[in-house]
Design a protein around this ligand. Structure first.
Ligand code: GDP
Ligand code: IMO
Ligand code: MG
Length: 446
């Protein structure tokens, strides 16, 4: 038995779903614990490509329990559409469970997300406009609608009668938008509730029972460490806690049941949306990393926006090790670097205001983080395809050196290397779950 958290160690889109899919083979339960339809998780299998937004990718395996945990925000329309698409492709929903206490993204959340972004003008966050921020804001204000409320006509009516007029004041007076009709929303969302009801339950109890039965549970993170509401590049973050600590809160389990935390990073780095990105590359290097035209091109799965691309940032890698307590890393998309004459890794920052060098991120506070410029080490590229490599020693020596350097820099072992989109385009260097639990090396002293 092992209970494992998979988290994004960068700005999201690290290839978490590919790694989760690999590890799901041996899991009994796969749990999403935060975020909502802002996520876009790609899994490529023999039968085709799947793009998940709300549903845990574990649904690709028959017989697994797939849990949408209480820490998630669920847009019922998006959920039913995604599920319908998966069922049309022959997938089985018998293991699907939705937490009764997860919050619901309502129509006014979607409208307000877009309106707030427009109003921010140059200070916009670049959200996915999936209503994430406004849904979590209502949760914190204790005016949210939970999945359970969609199952009770009277309760939903009462709540909407209170909430909708207040949202309409914002819509009409602040944003000059038409008001919403509480009755129409009620009718539509009761219908969604009816369709979702067979999946709704106390998912925390299900997970706890699975723990008692010594089953294997995989917690599938969405977004990434630098998008974490508390520990990311605020305000350019999402409104939930994608980091490992968030798995306990968001799934309703205690930290003592967690055995391993695996961080997923690309062999370079990407970001979609606004906010600081010290190693970002414009021009030819950015374009070469973006791989436009390839099936794995750096284009947002949810919004279709081109992703910003840059070199691997080991300072942020060390930060992710610290914030998540990573045991090991999975490094994805190594193959994207195959045709580079040289590759770079950011090993430290220089403060553009003071000229001071920082080997560790001095602070994630925006006023400091946005002043950091990268100090690079440069390596010769390998100029050889890696996609067919299946063991570490199959890799070109320069690629081996690159991975060893990343490992040394971040201070935890690279257990998995991904060299292509498909399940078998993968190198397992050591068992990420049952391999030896490593103590952090010297380079992770802060
Ligand atoms: P997630 O949100 O972290 O699950 O990642 P996304 O699905 O948003 O983006 C990762 C993209 O990289 C997807 O298109 C994956 O199929 C693709 N991908 C993952 N691992 C590899 C790899 O090793 N090589 C290549 N070429 N593509 C990969
Ligand atoms: P996965 O799970 C990459 C980014 C948005 C924006 C910020 C806030 O596929 O890794 P939000 O809509 O959450 O309020 O937007 O967070 N963002 C993501 N970036 N991958 C994601 O999910 C993301 N989900 C949100 O682009 O910058
Ligand atoms: Mg993604």
């Amino acid at each position: 038995m092992a209970n494992v958290i998979v988290v994004g160690a960068q700005f999201g889109d690290e290839g978490k779903a590919k790694v989760t899919d690999l590890l799901s083979q041996n899991a009994d339960v796969v749990v999403r614990y935060q975020g909502g339809a802002n996520a876009g998780h790609t899994v490529v299998v023999d039968s085709g490509t799947y793009k998940f937004h709300l549903i845990p990718s574990g649904i690709l395996y028959k017989g697994k329990l797939c849990v949408l945990g209480p820490g998630m925000v669920i847009d019922p329309q998006a959920f039913l559409k995604e599920l319908g698409g998966l069922m049309e492709r022959g997938l089985d929903d018998s293991g699907l469970k939705v937490s009764a206490t997860a919050h619901v993204t309502m129509p006014y959340h979607l409208i307000l997300d877009a309106a707030e972004e427009d109003a921010r003008g140059p200070q916009k966050i670049g959200t996915t406009k999936r209503g994430i921020g406004p849904t979590y804001a209502d949760k914190c204000s204790r005016t949210g609608i939970r999945v359970e409320d969609l199952l009770d006509t009277e309760v939903l009516k009462q709540k909407l009668e209170y909430i909708v007029p207040r949202k309409n004041v914002l819509l009409e007076r602040l944003y000059n938008l038409p008001p919403l009709n509480a009755g129409e929303i009620h009718e539509q969302y009761i219908e969604y509730g009816r369709k979702m009801s067979k999946y709704v339950c106390d998912t925390s109890a299900i997970i706890f029972n699975s723990v008692r039965e010594r089953k294997n549970i995989l917690f599938e993170g969405a977004q990434g460490t630098l998008l974490d509401l508390d520990h990311g590049s605020y305000p350019y973050v999402t409104s939930s806690s994608p980091t490992a600590g968030g798995a306990c809160i968001g799934a309703g389990i205690g930290p003592t049941i967690i055995d391993r935390v695996i961080g997923v990073s690309k062999a370079f780095m990407t970001r979609v949306g606004e906010g600081p990105f010290p190693t970002e590359q414009g021009g030819e290097i950015g374009d070469q990393l973006r791989q436009i035209g390839k099936p794995w091109a750096e284009v947002g799965v949810t919004t279709g926006r081109p992703r910003r691309c840059g070199w691997f940032d080991a300072v942020l890698g060390r930060y992710a090790v610290r914030i998540n307590g990573l045991d090991c890393m999975a490094v994805t998309k190594l193959d994207v670097l195959d045709e580079f004459d040289e590759v770079r890794v950011c090993v430290a920052y220089r403060d553009i205001k003071t000229g001071e060098r920082h080997n560790e991120l001095p602070s994630i506070a925006g006023s400091i983080f946005s002043r950091m410029e990268p100090v690079y080490e440069t390596f010769a590229g390998w100029n050889k395809p890696t996609t067919e490599c299946r063991s570490f020693k199959d890799l070109p020596v320069a690629a081996q050196r690159y991975l060893n350097f990343i490992e040394e820099q971040v201070g935890v072992p690279v257990a998995i290397v991904s060299v292509g989109q498909k399940r078998d385009n993968t190198i397992i260097i050591e068992d990420p779950i049952h391999g030896p639990k490593r103590v952090l090396t010297k380079s992770t002293k802060f």
